[in-house]
Design a protein around this ligand. Structure first.
Ligand code: 2AM
Length: 177
């Protein structure tokens, strides 16, 4: 199964990014907007793994201290490979060091083989749309909403049309009051 670890965004953020998605669609009709229910911040992508590796990931993370809760804030609208010619449109995060620390912590808890290694450095982002044709997203922005990160979710991703289905398999709670 295809797996990744992510954190959720608040309802208010889903609404704000939904508005951004509608503005993008208005400007670039062929763009594919991520449905609000699918918005998330990936901390670690594993790709396709065997069932026993999925169970190992759950058992390694369950019950371990993940660090405390923290807040992040929506930042700039950007693009991969660039915001002037974006095929992936994303929103960045302020306080992204906390997310990077959490991603590193997960890596050290998970250890090496048979867990697939990380293939790209961590870049905190929320993907909001994808486009075959590169689009210029300079000039788009979102309100700098703040939201709390309370838990890490292990998701199974089922590639489907028109949108992937993300099925939560397990939750790992950050400490806090
Ligand atoms: P994206 O949003 O930048 O496309 C489910 O597919 C999640 O895993 C998405 O958030 C996606 O990031 C991320 N993902 C997919 N392939 C990846 C890869 N090779 N490396 C890192 N993250 C990946």
């Amino acid at each position: 199964m295809r797996l990744f670890l992510a954190v959720e965004v608040s309802e208010e953020v889903r609404e704000e990014l939904g508005r951004l998605g509608r503005r993008l669609k208005g400007e670039f009709p062929s763009i594919k907007v991520v449905p609000p229910a699918n918005l998330h911040i990936t901390l670690r992508f594993f790709g396709e793994v065997e069932d026993r590796v999925a169970s190992l990931i759950s058992s390694k993370l369950r019950g371990l201290p993940m660090g405390g809760r923290f807040s992040v804030r929506l930042g700039k609208v950007g693009g991969f490979p660039s915001r002037f010619g974006a095929r992936v449109v994303w929103v960045g995060l302020e306080n992204e060091e906390r997310l990077a620390d959490l991603s590193d912590r997960l890596d050290s808890l998970l250890g090496a083989a048979p867990i697939p290694p990380r293939d790209k450095p961590f870049v905190a982002h929320i993907t909001v749309a994808r486009s075959r044709r590169p689009v210029n997203v300079e000039g788009f922005s979102v309100r700098p909403l703040e939201f709390e990160i309370r838990r890490v979710v292990l998701y199974r991703s089922i590639l489907a049309k028109p949108n992937a289905i993300y099925e939560p398999l397990d939750y790992y709670y950050l400490g806090g009051p």
